[in-house]
Design a protein around this ligand. Structure first.
Ligand SMILES: [Zn+2]
Length: 416
């Protein structure tokens, strides 16, 4: 059967009906609803003749064998956040099913084509994102910390995984699945406002932002709110407040999509009658350029030292987490742009602020590209998440064109 993009939209609605409620999608990884979604996917793929394997990290692979074992991968994640949207993650696996159907209909492809449904991209239950893809990429290095994680009900991560047939100690065995991979393709909703503001349905994703996350500890002196003159105060919150405003300027000066966020400040003693003694501030900085990201962090540190001096307080930076920017493959970026121009007339190149499984696959050395479809109002991780139906259909068509080009390229020796 020829490619039928409206079928993908109908199937996405079906999945929403099956695994969502009035508050949105409920396909949180390592839950019964998630298993229900995985069974639904299995049933959708079954008509293509692709065979299923669940790897050591719980990733679900569907393989359509080709003349060569070299494999072009199409990937997404069917898990969602609680009260999530109807498209985040599952768009790519559902569109991938449609592309598999088209390829199977055309006969044996010259290279193997595999659809992968990554396990626990969102990290919604245990706070660890990109679980399955980082295991497959071999970059998962935090097993000791993962063993300590528990959900809100106190259930330990290893126990929850075991209920779904995954042994945390063996999760890195998933690396075997990427050995034959020559290219990786991922379609995703943008989850931001850029394409809508340009009135474009589809975009080529250049890569994912590097991220620097720090906890900044400001230390002053608690003092009585009534008896301490303004000039005598050593107010820890004043440093945090100055920095919260200054990072806007740092991002503006840096440009090229730079973003800086002060996501929270916790003050102690935190009572109305005391000057703040300690303020713990959370800082998240992102950029596609490693040098610019490093410079943004440097500027935040310099500004903090200045504010600490002005307020006669102390300041310390503790790194919580960081990841380098991931740039996608040049040849695949070109194919992606051609595919988008064919179906939509115009393409735009943009970076991704959110991380995606594609970043892990790319880090593992597999040539990778993503395409974005417009998100309405830029909303995601909420039941309000939406994309126009005609744009979803264009996205499926573009993914199919991109897959065709990539398969031809891989068949002629391109890719890893
Ligand atoms: Zn997603």
């Amino acid at each position: 059967m020829p490619l039928d993009p409206p079928r993908t939209v109908a199937e996405l609605r079906e999945l929403r009906q099956l695994t969502g409620d009035d508050e949105g999608a409920q396909r949180v990884a390592w839950t019964d609803t998630w298993e229900l979604a995985r069974a639904w996917l299995r049933e959708k793929v079954s008509g293509t003749g692709a065979s299923e394997v669940v790897d050591a990290a719980g990733n679900q692979w569907f393989t359509l064998p080709g003349d060569s074992e070299r494999a072009v991968l199409i990937g997404g994640h069917i898990d969602s956040v609680p009260n999530g949207g109807w498209l985040d993650g599952c768009l790519n696996v559902t569109a991938g099913v449609e592309v598999l159907r088209r390829i199977a209909e055309d006969g044996t492809p010259p290279v193997t084509v595999r659809l992968v449904n990554w396990a626990d991209e969102e990290g919604a239950r245990f706070g660890r994102s990109l679980f399955g893809s980082s295991a497959a990429a071999g970059s998962m290095a935090d097993q000791d910390e993962l063993r300590q994680l528990a959900d809100r009900d106190g259930i330990a991560l290893p126990d929850a995984l075991a209920e779904h047939g995954v042994d945390l100690n063996r999760a890195l065995g998933a690396q075997a699945e990427l050995e034959s991979a020559v290219a990786y393709l991922e379609l995703h909703i943008e989850q931001g406002p850029v394409l809508e503001s340009l009135d474009l349905p589809l975009g080529v994703v250049l890569g994912t932002f590097g991220v620097e996350r720090h906890r900044i500890i400001w230390k002053g002196q608690a003092a009585h709110a009534g008896s301490t003159p303004m000039a005598e105060r050593r107010d820890a919150l004043a440093g945090a407040a100055k920095l919260a405003l200054d990072i806007r300027e740092i991002a503006r000066r840096t440009g090229d999509g730079a973003v800086c966020t002060s996501g929270g400040v916790v003050c102690r003693p935190g009572i109305v009658t005391s000057v703040v003694e300690t303020a713990e501030q959370l800082l998240d900085q992102r950029h596609l350029d490693a040098g610019k990201l490093a410079s943004m962090l440097e500027q935040a540190k310099e500004a903090s030292a200045r504010f600490a001096e002005e307020e006669r307080i102390d300041v310390d930076f503790e790194r919580i987490w960081s990841i380098e920017p991931i740039l996608f493959d040049d040849t695949l970026l070109g194919f992606c742009e051609e595919a988008i121009v064919e179906v939509a007339g115009r393409a735009h190149r943009l970076p991704s602020g959110p991380l995606h499984d594609a970043a892990e696959v790319s880090r593992a050395g597999v040539p990778t590209v993503m395409l974005f479809v417009q998100s309405l109002r830029g909303l995601s991780h909420t039941k309000l998440e939406d994309t126009k139906e005609e744009h979803l259909e264009l996205a499926v068509a573009a993914l199919d064109r991109l897959a065709s080009r990539t398969i031809d390229w891989a068949a002629s020796g391109g890719g890893r």
